[in-house]
Each structure stands twice: as C-alpha cells, then as structure tokens.
Design a protein around this ligand. Sequence first.
Ligand code: DON
Length: 317
Amino acid sequence: PADEIAQNPPSPLSSAFAAVLDSVLEHARPEASGAVATYIPELAVQDPEQLGIALASVRGTVHEAGDSAAEFTIQSVSKPFVFALALEQHGLAEVMRHVGLEPSGEPFNAISLDEQTGRPLNPMINAGAIVSSSLIRGDSAEEKFQVIGAGLSAFAGRSLDVDEAVFESEVATGDRNRALAYLARSAGTLASTSDVATTAYFRQCAVNVNARDLAIMAATLAGGGVNPVTRERVVREDVARWTTAVMTSCGMYDASGEWLVRVGLPAKSGVGGGIAALQPEQFGIGTFSPRLDARGNSVRGISMLESLSERHGLHML
Ligand code: DON
C-alpha cells in the first residue's frame, strides 16, 4: 500500500489519507536529533519519544496517527489563536496600534520592539504575543484568561484545561517575558499592566492540547473561522485570513522563510513540541514530538510536515 500511495496520493479529504499519516509518522520516527525544552523546567519531564499527527478537513473529517491523543502544553501555538481573539474584539487597525505584522527574523524570545513605534514586530514572537494577551477583554489576569481559555476551547471544539505545574514553572522562570512586557508597557503598546499581561500569557501557554486539537484549531482557521467539527463560528472570516497571513510570514520565527519554501503551509510551533499548520479552505494539521531544534521548533514535527508536503503535494504555492 505504501507504494500505491506514493504513486497515487489520496486527497487529504479521503479516508485513505489515514495511511499517509501513518507513513509520514514512521518515516520521521527514527530521527534522533533535538532535545526537549528545559528553560521551563517542567517541560523537561516530558517523554521525548512521543510522536503524533492528526489532520482535520474543513468538512470535519479527522485522521490521526501515533500519539495523537497524548496531551502537551500548547505554548506558542496559542499565539495565532489569541491574536485572532484580539482581532475579533478590536479590529485590525486598533490591534496594529499595539503590535506590528512584520517578520522579525529573530528568535522567539528576542527583545524586539520597533524603534519608531515601540511596537513588537509581530504577534508570533513572545513580545508581540504578550501584547495580544494584554488586549483581551478583562481587567485582571483571571478575567483575561477566562476569555482566552474559552476562545482556545472553541477553536478546539472541546473544553481545554491548564497544566498547573507548567504554569507555575513558567511563573517561576519567566523573567525574560516580564522584561519584554515592561519594555512594551514603557513604550505604550501594552494594554494592561505587565503583571496582568504576563500572568494571562503564562496560563495561555500552559493550556493542555493534543495533536487532534491542534488539527481542529488550524482547520477552524482554514475554514474561515468556523470550527469544522462543532460548526460554531469562532472568529470572523477576515480575522481568520489575517491570522493565517501572519502565520505564513512569522509563524516559524527566524526559520519562517525557509519553512515557506520547503513546506509551504502557514504554521505555528510551540516549545511543548506541537506544530499547527493549515492549507486555507482545505485542512488543518497538528503534530506533536517534544524534541526541538535550536530555534525551538519540533524536529520530527518539521520532518512530518516536510514529507507530507513534498510527497503528497500539500504545498500551497
Ligand atoms: O514564553 C515562552 O517562552 C513559552 N511559554 C512559549 C515559547 C514558545 O513556545 C516558543 N515556540 N517555539
């Protein structure tokens, strides 16, 4: 069947695609490079060998392989979704007064504020993501997180919870993020105090998901803001498009340009080992493998998405 698939790739929308996911997963399994994140100590306790993938079509079909139900913390994969929630509340012009839309070409934790405007360069790096969280409705971190947690759950189509140990670990070690928040605050771009913004952001990063959730969340963006499984409209169509555009240019940090050439799908990675990718109007993909490369992107997640794209023609360009 593997040869048959190679010669005659099934559409991601057909049931035969489950075999394709098995095949790209087994192809990636032997890759031994990379290491689990340790700068958030609680992430270091993850089993580095876990490996899962899921694909959800905009019609609501879901295919899964490997550890697609294993939970991990969403981390930076939350950033596009919270950016979308901020856009939904405030519109593009107001959000852009606080955060830019340009690729930074820098690592995710860079001290990256535009010299002229004081804005973080984009909402996919930590500085910009903390600004997105500050823009979410609510005066306290608890109120903001209620909106964020409900929004992420609506994208996933199920009620997501928080890994309290990872949250505490981020609070205990998050001084660089606090520094980014203070800088944004002093430049006038943070919409709350730095403590409120970072506490909401740390909680958002500690939300538990699995690869299937990420596939459905990405498919919700691919479907113009409508969750393909629950059929709930989560964000407006223009918000889904703007968010997808920023994932395309900035989602893989300083690897975004090469990613667009090699994989050609808008995507976002997280240091928990997750990646969410999508093809507009077609499908979302979630991958999970905790070992990361030097840029903080999952090694075997990249490998699976590269081979899916190369061998099965998923590149959108
Ligand atoms: O703020 C942090 O550093 C983490 N909570 C999230 C960083 C992250 O996931 C970067 N992605 N690859």
